[in-house]
Write a protein of this length. Structure first.
Length: 349
C-alpha cells in the first residue's frame, strides 16, 4: 500500500476537506500515475451531496484525470514510466459480457467500477477518484494523451465532458447537413458545441443564461436561443435532426421535443436528482420523434475522442483552481456560473 492524499466529502452536508487513504501497489496489469489535473464535473457535486442517494462516505470525487505514469506492472505493454495518460469515469468492468467485449464497458452487464463511489472487483472497497495525489488503474482503463503539454489542464475535461457528448453525437451519426441542438452551456454543453461543430453540423445552442450568447458563438454555435423566450423557441419548431440535452436540473422536455423534425431524436445526458415531467405522448407519436439516453462512452471510443480532439485542436475552456477552492467552484456551478469547466491543479493539493 502507498499513502495517498486527497479531498473527500464525509457527509452530504460537510464541505470537502483533506483526507488521507491507502492505494494498492500496482499489480502486473496496473499503471500507477501521479495526478496532474482533475476536472470538476457536476456529477462530482451530485455525488458529494448524495443527490443520487447512493454515495458511500468518505467520497473522493474526480473522474476527469490527466496524470503522468510513475510505475507499470510486469504485464503492462501499452504504457511506460513518464507517459502522459488519462483516466475517465471507469476503472474496471467484467471484460467478459457482451457489452464489454463490444467496447461498451459503461454498459457492462455486471456493472462497471466507477472511478469514485464504485466497488472494486465486484464487492470490494469503495473507489477514490482524482481529487488525489496519485492513482493505480488497470491498464485497459488508461488512455493515451497526445495533446501538447501546455494543454494538459484543458484536456482533463475531455475524459468525461468530452466523451459524454462525443459518444451520442457519433451514435446518432451527426455530421454535415444536420441541424443539431445542444441544451445547456456548462461543462458538457460547451464540449458538445465544439465537437458537433467539428463534426460538421449546424449547431444551435440553447441556454437559460442571456449572458452566454457571445461565448456560444465563439465556441462554434451558428445560432443561440435563450430557451425561456417562447418566440425564439417557436422559430425553430420541427427543424432539428438531433438535440443533446445536458441540463443538470429537472425541466420541461416538451419545449425541446417540439423542435425535432420527423424522426428526430433528443438524447438526455444530464442526470438531475429529481425526474423531468413526463413528455407529452402526442408530441412523440405525431412525428415519430425519439427520446433517448446515453452514458459516458466506452474505452475504445474515449481514445477515439481524445485523438479526434487532438486532430481538431479541441480542448476545454477552463478556469484553473486550487484544490481548496473546490467548494467555491461547486457553489458557482449551482448558479450556472462556470466558464466552462473548473480544473483543479493537483500541485496545489
Ligand atoms: P454544469 O457545468 O453545471 O452545466 C449544466 C448547465 O445546465 C448549466 O451551465 C446551465 O446552462 C444548464 N442549467 C442548469 N440548471 C438549469 C435549469 N434549472 N434549467 C435549465 N438549464 C439549466 O454541469 P455538467 O458537468 O455539464 O453536467 C451536466 C449534467 O450531466 C449533470 O447532471 C451531470 O451529472 C450529468 N452527466 C452525465 C453524464 C452521462 O454519462 N450521462 C456524464 C457526465 C455528467 P445554461 O446557463 O446555458 O442554461
Ligand atoms: Zn463527469
Amino acid at each position: 500500500m502507498t499513502q495517498a492524499h486527497g479531498y473527500a466529502a464525509t457527509s452530504a452536508s460537510t464541505p470537502l476537506a483533506p483526507f488521507t487513504f491507502d492505494r494498492r501497489e500496482p499489480g502486473p496489469q496496473d499503471v500507477a500515475l501521479d495526478v496532474l489535473f482533475c476536472g470538476v464535473c457536476h456529477s462530482d457535486l451530485h455525488t458529494a451531496r448524495n443527490e443520487w442517494g447512493n454515495t458511500v462516505y468518505p467520497a473522493v470525487p474526480g473522474h476527469e484525470i490527466v496524470g503522468r505514469v510513475t510505475a507499470v506492472g510486469g504485464l503492462v505493454s501499452k504504457f511506460k514510466v513518464g507517459d502522459t495518460v488519462g483516466v475517465g469515469c471507469m476503472v474496471d468492468s467484467c471484460q467478459q459480457c457482451a457489452p464489454c467485449t463490444d467496447g461498451l464497458e459503461q454498459y457492462c452487464d455486471n456493472g462497471f467500477t466507477g472511478t469514485y463511489n464504485g466497488h472494486m472487483f465486484g464487492n470490494g472497497p469503495n473507489t477514490y477518484g482524482g481529487y488525489s495525489s496519485h492513482m493505480v488503474v488497470r491498464e485497459s482503463f488508461v488512455l493515451h494523451i497526445s495533446h501538447a503539454d501546455a494543454d494538459l489542464a484543458a484536456v482533463a475535461p475531455l475524459l468525461c465532458a468530452g466523451i459524454t457528448t462525443y459518444s451520442p453525437l457519433r451514435q446518432w451519426k451527426v455530421g454535415p447537413g444536420h441541424k443539431v441542438g445542444i441544451v445547456g452551456l456548462g461543462g458538457l454543453g460547451h464540449m458538445g458545441v465544439k465537437i458537433a461543430a467539428a463534426m460538421g453540423a449546424h449547431v444551435v445552442l440553447f441556454t437559460t443564461s442571456e449572458g452566454k450568447r457571445a461565448d456560444a458563438l465563439r465556441l462554434g454555435a451558428k445560432e443561440v436561443v435563450v430557451s425561456k423566450n417562447a418566440a425564439e423557441m417557436a422559430a425553430h419548431a420541427n427543424s432539428f435532426d438531433f438535440i443533446l440535452n445536458t441540463v443538470a436540473a429537472s425541466h420541461n422536455l416538451d419545449a425541446f421535443m417540439a423542435l425535432l423534425k420527423l424522426d428526430g431524436t433528443m438524447t438526455l445526458v444530464g442526470a438531475p436528482d429529481s425526474p423531468h415531467p413526463s413528455p407529452n405522448v402526442f408530441g412523440l407519436i405525431m412525428k415519430r420523434r425519439r427520446l433517448a439516453g446515453s452514458l459516458i462512452g466506452g474505452i475504445r471510443e474515449t481514445q477515439e475522442m481524445l485523438d479526434f480532439c487532438a486532430q481538431h485542436g479541441i480542448v476545454s475552456d477552463i478556469e484553473r483552481i486550487r484544490m481548496d477552492e473546490v467548494e467555491a467552484a461547486y457553489t458557482r456551478m449551482l448558479k450556472s456560473d462556470v466558464k466552462y469547466r473548473f480544473v483543479v491543479d493537483m500541485a496545489t493539493l
